[in-house]
Every structure is written in structure tokens, then in C-alpha cells.
Design a protein around this ligand. Sequence first.
Ligand code: PLP
Length: 393
Amino acid sequence: MPPRLYFDYAATTPLDPRVREAMLPHLSEEFGNPSSLHAEGRAARAAVEQARGEVAALLGASPQEIVFTGSGTEADNLALLGSAAAADGGHIVTSAIEHPAVLETCHWLEGRGVPVSFVSPRQNGIVEPGDLAAAMRPDTRLVSIMMANNVVGTLQPISQLARIAYSAGALFHTDAVQAAGRVPLDVGRLGVDLLSISAHKFYGPKGVGALFVRAGVRVEPLCHGGGQERGLRPATENVAALAGMGCAARLALAEMGDEAVRLVKLREKLLAGILARVPGAYLHGDPHRRLPGHLCLGLEGVEGEAVHLLLKLDDAGVAASSGSACSSRDGDRPSHVLSAMGVDPVKARGPLRLSMGRLTSDAEVDQLLNILPGAVASLRPTVTRSVPKTTFC
Ligand code: PLP
């Protein structure tokens, strides 16, 4: 069997072998509880604090501003629910293209009486600062706009958006889960108060994330218990996962620059190849202000057939996804991101997301370019088949 072609780095990335090495001692001989006073505990504490420093360096933050969490989703929830609780309500502004970790949390808050406004991006997937300014109210306490979109890959003008929140006296949170490790992040330069990341998007382990909380910003915890993470996320720390995230952050910081240049070249080659070889293919989102290795494509005549296309590609050895890994296999439903961008309901169904990363080679792009045209052609004209309805998040 030929090796598989993995084009789904936006869903998750493989664990870097160097990260695995950094984790292994904490899964065997280094088993102490970081809260213990003895030598075993102190060794575990040292590993946790080393990881905190490495994550802080990736974000340009100070270590005391990093709160470890169990995922990017949890970091988003802590940012939104924790700051809403600390502010005792107040109006929230977010974008209509957020990941469900933010959107669903906002809907939950809405259901409990917190007013939320959802700003739509322009057709290129970018939230215009003027549109955010128009959505602000005197009682706005929090603005949450993602840095990079997980479906289309567009990058938002975060520092401009954060300035609007700042001048209105509101906090600014950004979900940087797709951005961290892929594009430079500096919380000082961005001017954000809260920022979420997740290790598995930058070659770290799954089930561990972090929230940057600017010094002086008040956030209430979601869980109550021991005093770990300054009481903001009490629980015995997952030392191996944290050591892995720290190592992954250090590697990302060191390698991101060259890697981004390489990925932009691969992305442009893949895009040009698809546009030349697949009739009716077109790009969603801004062509330039996007993640280095991320493409989101529409395929005329194959909209609504995304699941069948993905299964066909999977049979041919290609792992890709439709919009987001968390969306269900229901390829008929328009993507909420594309709909908010004003894409018509037929074209908003089942985009093809191709995302590349550290292990993607030029030869793999060539192989995908050989496979994709045939897979798309075989689905035209649209045919109806039954599909198992499960999620593949
Ligand atoms: N936010 C964005 C933009 C994401 O893409 C994801 C994961 O796909 C998340 C949040 C959730 O992160 P996690 O998988 O760590 O819960």
C-alpha cells in the first residue's frame, strides 16, 4: 500500500518525535505530583514551570500570564464564561465565523440573559474593524474574535480589532488555536487581554491547551478545587502533556519562520494546480491574508457531495476534510462560516479543506494533484447516495 497523504493539519497535527521524547520521562520515572514538597514533586513542578515559560515565549507573554487548560475548547470557555462571570454580565461581541467552542458558549450565555452580537465578516472572510466598531455598545464588556479561521484559514486584523475594544473599555479575547505555531504571535503587539491555544495544532499532544490572561485581567474559574493554576484551573497537572506542549511551543518558535515560507510555496503550487486541473474549482476566503498551509475550495457541481468526495479521497489514500473536522458528515448543510461570508447557500455546502504542515512534501502535493481531478470528476453530475451519520471531530 502506498503511504497515505495527510492534508488535514487544520484538524490536528502528528506528534513531533522530539515532543514525544520530552514527554516520555513524565510517563515513567518522573511521576511526581507538582504540588508535592518532596524531590519527586519538585521535579514535576520544574517541568510544569519550564513548559509555562516555553508557552509564554511563543506568545510574547510572561509565564505568570499563562493558565494551562485541558484543550483549546476549555481555554475559550474559560475566557468567555470566566470573564462574563467576573464582569457580572455585560454585552459581548463576537464574529459569526467563530469555532463552536466560542459560538456555542456565546449561545449558552445568551440563553442565560447575556446580550451577544454576532458580527459577520466581509465576503473575503475578514471582519472589518468598522463593522466591529458599529456593533459596540456602552455596556460591551468583551469582544471575542478568532485570529485564524478553521474553515477558510483567513487571518483577522486582530491588533486593529483589539484597539476598538480597548478604546471602548472592553476586554478582547482571541481564539488563536489555528494560528499558534503557524504565524507569529505577540500578545503585546496584538493588544489582546485573553488568547487561547491548543497543543495538538502545533505538533504537541491532544487534550492540553492554554489561556493567556493579561496581568490584572479578572477571570472567574469554571472549576473549583485545589489552588493549581492560581485557582483558575484547579486539578493535578497533566505533566507529560504540559512538557509536550512546552517542547512543541519551543520548536514552533524556532522553526515557524522557515516553515511558513515553505508552506506558502506549497499552498500556492497546490492552488494553481487545482485551478488548472479541476474545472469549476474556486478559492474561498482572502487569497493572501490566510494561514500559510491552508486552502478552502469550492467545487462547482459537487457542492453537497463533500462527504462522498472525502470518502473517495480517503479510498485513494488522501486524508482531507470538509470545512471543519468538527462538522458532521452531513455534507448537505451549508457551512456557517461560508454562509456568514455571504456565499450563496448552494456554494456554502461542503467546501473542501486542504491543510498542510511539517511533513507535507512537494511530491505529496504532486500526488494529490494527480488524484483530485479524477475524484471530483467521478462525482459529477451530482448523484444521491446514503451516508452514515456520525461525527468525525
Ligand atoms: N478553536 C479553533 C479555531 C479550532 O480550530 C479548534 C479545534 O479544531 C478549537 C478551538 C478547539 O480546540 P481543541 O480541539 O483543543 O478543543
